[in-house]
Ligand binder design. Sequence first.
Ligand SMILES: Nc1ncnc2c1ncn2[C@@H]1O[C@H](COP(=O)(O)OP(=O)(O)O)[C@@H](O)[C@H]1O
Ligand SMILES: [Mg+2]
Length: 304
Amino acid sequence: MLVFSTSDKGGAGRSVTSCNLAYRLCLSGKDVAYLDFTFGSPTAGALFEIDDVARGATSGGLHSYLLGSVGFPAGVDVHAMTDRAALRSSASRAAKLVLFPGDKGGAEFLTVNDGMVHRCADLLSQLERTFEVVVVDLSAGRSAALELALRATALPQLRAHTVRWLVFHRWSRQHILAAAGLVHGPNGLLRVGREWGHDAVCLLESVRYVRTAVPSVAALSMMSHPAQAAWLAEQDEVLKRLASSNRLGASALLGTTPVEPVLQWREQVILDVDVDAHIANPATADAFVELAHRLLDDGTWESF
Ligand SMILES: Nc1ncnc2c1ncn2[C@@H]1O[C@H](COP(=O)(O)OP(=O)(O)O)[C@@H](O)[C@H]1O
Ligand SMILES: [Mg+2]
């Protein structure tokens, strides 16, 4: 399965949630490849706490591969190479998790050419033979990374593969409208996908949304003045209606992550030891487990 993580805006929680999702998938026994296609600012090395590739690969990363200067991109075994001892020691309970970083200092691509598209498709189909899930974190917005992913998956060699698109957004008016625009708007995923040969209906059926860092109205209300609690509940309803009217309602939702203080303070993978030590909230780990489960569950992807 190929999973593309997108968001219209930066700061949507796309990378942090995708890394945590990848980690939970591998704890559930799936071999996972994680490709950092956020070409302008590679962050995945830092999230998995791998100092060597914290800002990208020193040589032969994804930029070099896509430009044709190496035959295969550098991959890093997360459990073996992470500086975080607790993540290293979860290796015995987990399947394989390999990070493919971009090049250190590599920039956003301004254009996409056929050579890059074919190399991208070759890489994805090769990785699909070794890994059960290939997670690709794309640069935000209508980026070259998004075009590359759409063009590669439209090629005959990837047509028959299972492809999922996850669109991440915060629980706010601007983010809801931006996420809807990225999928349905001008130069959005559906329009560009159709231009490169995708069937728009199939493409839309492969899209689900992830709402990140959603505040709990119930928890906030307990700490709030009644007037504030009423306002919060009303705004939450307004956002739900806005999401539904923009086709981001419950039937198109993969899941939600709660506001997590650990992630607000530090971008990282939430481990069970963080929950056991009462540092991270159990609901956060549960949310990542649930996202992983829903991603793999065919029922989630029945047409709506
Ligand atoms: N559930 C959450 N609760 C609180 N903060 C979060 C949550 N998810 C992500 N964040 C934080 O939001 C910020 C942006 O997330 P990031 O994944 O880097 O966004 P993107 O990849 O979309 O640009 C980071 O500081 C991250 O740790
Ligand atoms: Mg990111």
